[in-house]
Design a protein around this ligand. Sequence first.
Ligand code: DGL
Length: 272
Amino acid sequence: MKLNKSQPIGVFDSGIGGLTVANAISKLLPNEKLIYFGDTAHLPYGDKSARAIKQYSYIITDFLIEKGCKAIVIACNSATAVSYRFLHEMYKDDIHIFGVIHPVVLAVTQDESIKKIGIIGTQATVQSGVYESLFKQQKPELEITSLATPLLAPMIEAGFAPNSTIDGVLQYYINRKEFEDIDALILACTHYPLIKDKIADLLPPHVKIFDNTIYAAREVQLELQRLYLLSNKKSSENEFYVSDYTENFEQTTQIFYGEKIKLELAKIWKLS
Ligand code: DGL
């Protein structure tokens, strides 16, 4: 398939949280048109099986290809963890598939001062063991501790990021022996950039906090630049789709995108 610069970039997530990634991409690449898809009908992915997440990811990717995307970014850590490899294999001759895990892993391995890493994410991400196996390939001497922190995403989505109610939950997750002498912590979930400052307050100042969204956006930029596929003029306004619409989802966009976004319902699943 011959791709051209003016085609949009597709971004998908289990729901609204992936707007943090869309936001990072649109800030770095303001000339790119984005087509976002949030699978609100199946939210959250974090406690779903790998089998279910793979099937959802495949159908959403098809939807974004139909919309004419030149590249697709899997914004969700859980979906990247279980679907990136197979989507990349399946579509590598047609379009570019990006995830949010490889770029941050590369960034961490390039920092010589980091010897021990903590990772927090959903159950699906942590259980996949993808971070561990990538670090093992890249830099086997690194010590990794991952922890599933399933209470955080729903609390952030409910608007608790600026609220002190979340502090106790964060202390419970972060102030533990396994994380005591880490040099870096990876925020392996779409939602966690919103509580980055609160997390930093709980860690010694030398601990580096890695926000996946920034590294994912940079990789998209570098790779599309390399392929002469970066757009120099935005073709039309971004589009935002969800698989289930509620007024509440639309309100929640404000939390993750910094402004309220108009969501459109895309009926890609048959809901009974
Ligand atoms: N988007 C998911 C992730 O980054 C978090 C929310 C969910 O569990 O669906 O892993």
